[in-house]
Design a protein around this ligand. Structure first.
Ligand code: ZN
Length: 256
């Protein structure tokens, strides 16, 4: 399907009870690579009748996952376009790159610098200890989580760092332990505002949990069959935890 219009007002997505969104005056219009049209309307634009403006997190349970992912992509493109209007070197207004090889970048007409849409890369790692259904998982809570929710360790990569190095560094910094045997789990575009979350499972190597008080409110080993409240189904953290629980349940079947 192509040609869908996706409208954001600030970081809120317009959802309509009608089949199509109304025509609007937009301050930013962007044709996305897949052919959809992303629009950003002014903060003070009145909300048309039958339209709600919801954050992407609020919209998630109300939307088909594919539509939600498309809205998340549109948001990332709009955010990038809004944040790259001027050259970072000489402050001249950027222009769209031209020609068949131009991609979706922007070019500075004064100094020639080009910029292309990019992701902030982040890692998330589910750390386990023990085997089969008797595994423990190291989960932590950050002060901005909802009360009672624990999740896997996550953090942004630094320039010049591999994903694996970022995992080892984040685990050491945030939990004070070491891990080994990293396995790739999957990845998820994370539109808050422009991330790509790359998920790993790893085994505990050594060290006792010593959470970084600056970032982590509490960290503990939880048995697979006694997990705390988990993050919402929106995030790859939850998909990893669900996969770990499902594997543990298989291990508990008679004869398994
Ligand atoms: Zn420039």
């Amino acid at each position: 399907m192509s040609g869908v219009r996706i409208i954001f007002q600030g970081d809120r997505l317009w959802l309509s009870s009608a089949p199509a969104l109304p025509e609007v005056e937009a301050e930013l219009r962007l044709r996305l690579p897949e052919g959809h049209l992303a629009l950003k309307v002014a903060e003070d634009h009145p909300l048309p009748e039958g339209v709600e403006a919801l954050s992407l997190r609020e919209a998630f349970p109300r939307m088909d996952p594919e539509d939600w992912a498309r809205a998340g992509r549109a948001y990332q493109w709009l955010e990038w376009a809004a944040a790259h209007r001027f050259c970072g070197t000489c402050a001249t207004a950027l222009e769209p790159c031209e020609g068949p090889e131009a991609g979706h970048g922007r070019r500075c007409p004064a100094c020639g610098r080009t910029v292309f849409p990019s992701n902030a890369m982040a890692i998330i790692v589910l750390i386990q200890r023990g085997e089969g259904p008797d595994r423990d998982l190291a989960l932590a809570r950050s002060p901005h989580f909802k009360p009672g929710v624990y999740s896997a360790i996550a953090g942004f990569t630094e320039p010049g760092e591999s994903l694996e190095q970022a995992v080892h560094r984040e685990v050491a910094e945030e939990l004070g332990i070491r891990v080994h045997r990293l396995r790739y789990f999957g990845s998820q575009p994370w539109p808050f505002p422009n991330g790509l979350m790359v998920a790993f499972v790893a085994d505990h190597l050594d060290g006792d949990l010593r959470p970084d008080p600056g970032e982590i409110e509490d960290a503990r080993w939880f048995r697979l069959d006694a997990l705390p409240q988990l993050p919402s189904a929106l995030s790859i953290a939850r998909w990893m935890l669900d996969a770990a629980v499902a594997e543990g349940a298989v291990g508990r079947l008679p004869g398994a």
